[in-house]
Structure formats: C-alpha cells, structure tokens
Ligand binder design. Sequence first.
Ligand SMILES: [Cu+2]
Length: 153
Amino acid sequence: MIVALLAAIIPMVQAAEPSTITVHDAWVRATPPGIQVGGGYVTVTNTGKQADRLVGASSPLAEKAEIHVSETIDSMARMRWLKDGVEIPAGKEVMLAPGGIHLMFMGLKQAIIKGEEVPVTLQFEQAGEIDVLLRAAKIGSLKAPAEDVTHAH
Ligand SMILES: [Cu+2]
C-alpha cells in the first residue's frame, strides 16, 4: 500500500520543471530576391535561477542557421560566429538586435517577404528546443515590425 503510494508520488516529483526561458520580439529582415542570407532577432528572458545558453537555431527555410555577432575591428564591420552560443544569465533578458548578436540564416530556400512569419527552432542548453515564429520586417529594418493592429488585444 505505502509502496504503491510512493510509486505514484515519485514520478510527479521528478517531472521536468517548466521552462524559465521565454522568447519574444522575434523577427527577421525581409530579403531581396536572390540573396540567400538573412538576419533574425529575438529577445530571450530567463526568469529562472540558473543561467541558460542559446546554442543554436534552425529553420525549414534555410539550409543552416548560426549565431553571429557583428563587430567593428579597425573600422571594418564584420561578423563572427559564436560557436558556443550566447549566455542567457539567470533573471536577465538578452536582446539580439541589428549591429550586435543575431541569428544568421544561410542558404535561404526562398526570399523572405515582409509580413511573413518564418518558423524557427531555437536550441537552449537547459530549456531544450523552443519553436518561435519570426515576423518579417522590411528589408534592412533596424527594428521589429510594428504589431499587426488586427492582432492587438
Ligand atoms: Cu551574421
């Protein structure tokens, strides 16, 4: 009797804790025809007590996606692959944005059109995979597209 009761309780105790990682302000830049790379941006919030790490991304629209950082060295703008990803410290928010850390989509299979939503799977060291939709802003945009008024609350 007691054993049966314990057996019923233990799996509940061991159940995975809900993820403390949330992703918002997820967007991409629309791409000109014929260009096969594009930048994507998300803001990641970690409400947990342990750091996590964004380590990768993928999308059915691109052959691959990497996490890059833009930097200027000797007044030359360039991008560097962050192969270990980016840390999301406990209790902090990390914003990927133009000119800084970004998702780089390579081998785009089609142009990204303004207003479209691009499905992306983000991979976190602790939280695992999180699926997000990146809304496409205009080509070269420096910020997320304005909220669609038809979706306003
Ligand atoms: Cu890049």
